[in-house]
Design a protein around this ligand. Structure first.
Ligand code: FE2
Ligand code: FE2
Length: 403
């Protein structure tokens, strides 16, 4: 049984949580206290897997509490439940907190978030990542435009037309999305002239991934880091597109295909975070990777103590993206570390990333870049030729796919 501790100064909120989470009592042992002081005392007696704390409390604030918990009980996962999810406070508390939930929060969201946090435990507690993240001053928050679109998609009355309208308000993003949609990446047979039309042709989940990636890419200033955003954007969108094609060829369901696209597009997002947050060191990493011909991520491991893969996954975890995406980001270089057995969006992203990175490589050379043991275990050892073909088609602007 997992132990979860809830902290809120308002008795009514605690009673509400207790009632709401009653159905979970077979899986979770739950405790409720009404102050930070009491929470710390409790944790000294009873180790908990997760603490969920209100942020605004008289006396010890939630932030202070979670900070203390981080020091004294680093193994406990810390979730902030906040009625005022203002960006500034989120940034301030990012060091102390693993994930945020905004109030009011329904039972299902709470259950999923806690389960996900438990699932990502290994990653969130990677010993160097907390330290690295705390050195990065400007960890961005989830783009509000993306949130708006997700809300619209989840709304039963949400429409393609409305989503097109929301996207159209942002001119820079509209032109970037149309450029991508009209390029060979999607292989659409006709010219697309509006975001609504793109959403109609590609589906809402695809357009949602495009919005998030475009927004994320435009959010960072990379001037001082030497990282070329255009190259990374091209690499990322090609990887996303190929990941989806591979996922489709492996007969993953539609949802997993969409996830493969999103994870492929975002797989290197940690590079943006590092290049923006620690430009000098990032420049050094690129130089050393160039000189030694070692993979970029291996040098990162050396310089930062972890890689862009974990940093990207960490950020997506904080933003509340699905576990599958977070996993695919975290393990795209060494997929056998992932928890999922069977062919998943992680497998697709791992393969697509290497194929796009080495467009000229022979099958033999690619075997050196790919985790072949892992692919063999999945029964995919003989698929490489087929995938290379798909990748070449994509890079040559090959045949259009249907839909
Ligand atoms: Fe990468
Ligand atoms: Fe990559």
């Amino acid at each position: 049984m997992k132990r979860i501790l809830f902290v809120d100064d308002e008795q009514l909120v605690l009673d509400g949580l207790r009632r709401m989470l009653r159905p979970m009592r077979r899986e979770w042992e739950m405790f409720f206290v009404d102050s930070g002081e009491e929470a710390l005392q409790f944790l000294d007696q009873t180790a908990c897997d997760v603490i969920v704390s209100d942020m605004r409390m008289p006396g010890m604030s939630g932030l202070e509490l979670l900070d203390r918990v981080r020091e004294k009980h680093p193994e406990t996962i810390r979730l902030a439940l906040s009625g005022h999810a203002d960006a500034e406070m989120l940034l301030e508390s990012v060091k102390a907190t693993h994930q945020f939930l905004s109030k009011p929060c329904d039972a299902e969201t709470l259950r999923v978030t806690i389960d996900r946090a438990l699932g990502l435990r290994g990653l969130l507690q990677h010993e160097n990542i907390g330290f690295l993240i705390s050195r990065i001053q400007s960890l961005p928050s989830l783009p509000s435009l993306y949130e708006e679109i997700v809300r619209e998609i989840n709304d039963s009355k949400g429409s393609i037309h409305r989503i097109g309208e929301i996207i159209s308000r942002d001119l820079g993003m509209t032109s970037k999305i149309l450029q991508l949609v009209n390029s060979s990446f999607f292989g659409l047979a006709r010219h697309v002239s509006s975001p609504a039309q793109a959403a109609g042709l590609l589906g809402l989940n695809t357009i949602r991934s495009l919005v998030l990636t475009t927004k994320v890419f435009s959010q960072f200033d990379l001037k001082d880091s030497g990282l070329n955003p255009e190259n990374l954007w091209r690499h990322s969108s090609l990887t996303g597109s190929l990941s989806r094609k591979i996922a489709a060829a492996e007969q993953l369901d539609r949802k997993s295909q969409d996830e493969a696209l999103m994870a492929g597009m975002l797989h290197d997002v940690g590079k943006l975070v590092l290049a923006n947050g620690l430009p000098g060191e990032f420049r050094e990493v690129m130089k050393r990777a160039d000189e030694t011909e070692n993979p970029h991520w291996l040098v990162e491991q050396d310089v930062f103590g972890c890689t862009h893969a974990e940093v990207g996954a960490y950020l997506m975890g904080i933003w509340g993206l699905p576990n599958t995406i977070v996993e695919a980001l975290a393990y795209h270089h060494y997929p056998s570390h992932g928890a999922v057995r069977g062919f998943s969006s992680l497998s697709a992203v791992h393969v697509a990333n290497e194929l796009i990175k080495h467009p000229q490589a022979s099958e033999e050379e690619l075997c050196e870049h790919l985790d072949m043991d892992y692919l063999q275990r999945l029964g995919c050892g003989n698929k490489l030729g087929e995938w290379i073909e798909m990748s070449r088609n994509l890079l040559d602007g090959g045949e259009p796919e249907d839909g």
